[in-house]
Design a protein. Structure first.
Length: 546
């Protein structure tokens, strides 16, 4: 197995860059990874990977909890509000990613547009998150298999862990094709369960009972949260659904993490961004609306957490309607989703770590590449932490593992907040330097900066109120409090600790290297232009990827 360190990566691009000054030279050095990493992801891969990251167990398994705590209207509003926030985050990420298509995504944008200390803090925050969430998905997959057969969970942890690790260590194209297939499976599942819910609502199920909006009338559109009476209880029920929705939407911002391994990223990333904005209402908001039609919010099965398809609201709806074969089909699709999530997370985590190494925020050894041009040392680190999945065989250890999982769950909100802050610095940097975003950038996101400001305020509110239930009299829980807030002081300690150690400063708007990045973008576009391809025949009906 051959390897290549960061110091061995050649400096290329000087000959094509129109202006070579100190700033431009630094930019070229940052972009040199695109010359050694293999661009194995095509437009159809990056667009479908964006879909695969937004549809998973959060929708298939845990959305029923939102219905139980917020009612059909509360769950619908919660998923709609967070969907708008997630859309804004995706827009900001897509605009920055089209200009800076490098490994690590946001970690690199923060370095360029805000503060190296913020890049360091959020980078390690995300790395630690993925170190725990990858074995979490492996454990989830092993539990899903138990829906059919009960043997030692360690066997399935080993099988799924090895499959994920082997996939990650080979060509990025292999990962792209796998995620493409998984994404298609998820699309079919979402369409299938929503059609099933529509048929049940209209009385087409075996029971023949037409439901309509029956459950919106009884037990009602909203739920009194934790027994609190009146408007306050109903509002808190709605507010509780927001955190559930954040978990369901987590990962939607990761479409640019493999930017250095994407062909024609300045075309592929904007297209993937715009497609995700269509998928959010079609897959998430429509699905949660249909769930509210076919299941009453007081169904006790909604809060019976098993980890298998039996807790899925769609399975509960099928059983209530007398449909017998749905659970096994849905469980198989969710199992594939858990495997897909493990594949995605090891890619995301390793590319963040690789990107941090390129910026000098992580040990240089993590930049080593194998003969397939993937960062095998970074991947191996995440592979080693897969062994946490063996905690599933011990009940006491599994409790500790649950704590670790909860500690990093809030990191997604932190990541969203950092995206908004980095984008606002980028946006106002463009204004300060007289740059016309719509004319000079590869792609400019709409509704800016207003949607980002609104999203940032709401994200900060969710961060501060994530554990609000513990402050209600009689509902104190140390575990809930710690898991809801521990990530915040850890992140701040990383940020201010790095600032103190390295004496970094927030970049002034006039010093953000946007002009140099645009110059490099223009030089690359002139060097390797890619004409758009026209769709022919049945391909014109394809609305999922270009």
């Amino acid at each position: 197995m051959s390897s290549q360190t960061d110091s061995e990566i050649p400096l290329t691009g000087e000959a094509v860059c129109p202006v070579l000054n100190g700033e431009t030279n630094d930019i070229i050095r940052s972009f040199r990874e695109r010359h050694v990493l293999r661009q194995g992801l095509h437009q159809r891969h990056i667009q479908m990977i964006g879909l695969a990251g937004t549809v998973g167990s959060g929708l298939f398994l845990n959305s029923g909890q939102a219905l139980a705590t917020g009612g059909p209207l509360g769950a619908f509003l919660g998923y709609t509000v967070v969907g708008l926030v997630a859309s804004s985050v995706v827009l900001a990420t897509g605009e920055m990613g089209a200009l800076v298509p490098l490994s690590g995504g946001l970690i690199r944008y923060t370095e360029f547009f805000f503060d190296p200390a913020m890049s360091f803090a959020n980078g390690w925050n995300q790395v630690c998150s993925y170190l725990v969430t990858i074995p979490t998905e492996i454990v989830a997959a092993s539990i899903l298999v138990e829906f059919w057969i009960t043997i030692s969970g360690a066997i399935w942890v080993t099988i799924f862990g090895m499959l994920i690790l082997v996939t990650a260590l080979f060509l990025i194209r292999v990962y792209g094709e796998l995620e493409f297939a998984f994404a298609m499976l998820k699309i079919l599942l979402v369409l299938g369960v929503n059609i099933m819910a529509l048929v049940i609502t209209c009385g087409g199920g075996p029971s023949g009972q037409s439901i309509g909006f029956k459950y919106w009338a009884d037990p009602g559109p909203l739920v009194q949260y934790l027994g609190i009476k009146g408007a306050l209880g109903r509002f808190l029920g709605f507010w509780s659904t927001l955190n559930n929705a954040v978990f369901a939407y987590s990962g939607v911002q990761n479409i640019t993490l493999a930017g250095a391994e994407t062909r024609s990223p300045r075309q592929a990333i904007p297209k993937a961004t715009k497609r995700i904005l269509v998928r959010i209402p079609v897959f998430y908001i429509l699905s949660i609306f249909m769930i509210g039609l076919v299941i009453p919010s007081n169904d006790p099965n909604l809060l019976h957490l098993t980890g298998t398809a039996s807790q899925s609201p769609f399975v509960i709806a099928a059983r209530r309607a007398g449909i017998q074969d749905a659970p096994s089909i849905i469980n198989a699709a969710i199992l594939a989703s858990a495997w897909s999530a493990g594949n995605s997370f090891i890619l995301f985590g390793s590319r963040i770590l690789f990107g941090m190494t390129m910026q000098g925020h992580a040990p240089a050894v993590f930049a080593r590449l194998n003969r397939f041009s993937v960062p095998y040392v970074a991947i191996s680190l995440f592979g080693a932490f897969m062994s946490l999945g063996y905690m599933v065989v011990s009940k006491s250890a599994y409790t500790v593992f649950g704590w670790l999982q909860a500690f990093v769950a809030i990191s997604n909100l932190v990541d969203w907040a950092v995206i908004c802050v980095a984008y606002l610095r980028f946006y106002y940097g463009c204004k300060k330097q007289g740059i016309d975003r719509y004319r000079e950038l590869p792609w400019a996101a709409p509704f800016q900066p207003y949607s980002t400001w609104v999203s940032l305020v709401l994200i900060l509110l969710l961060l501060l109120t994530g554990g609000f239930s513990t402050f209600i009299h009689g509902h104190w829980s140390a575990e809930t409090f710690v898991s809801s807030y521990i990530n915040i002081p850890i992140f701040l300690a990383l940020y201010f600790g790095y600032k103190w150690w390295k004496k970094t400063r927030i970049l002034a708007l006039v010093n953000i290297p946007i002009v140099g990045l645009i110059q490099f973008y223009l030089s690359e576009e002139n060097l390797e232009p890619e004409p758009p391809r026209k769709k022919k025949g049945l391909a014109k009906l394809n609305v999922l990827w270009s």
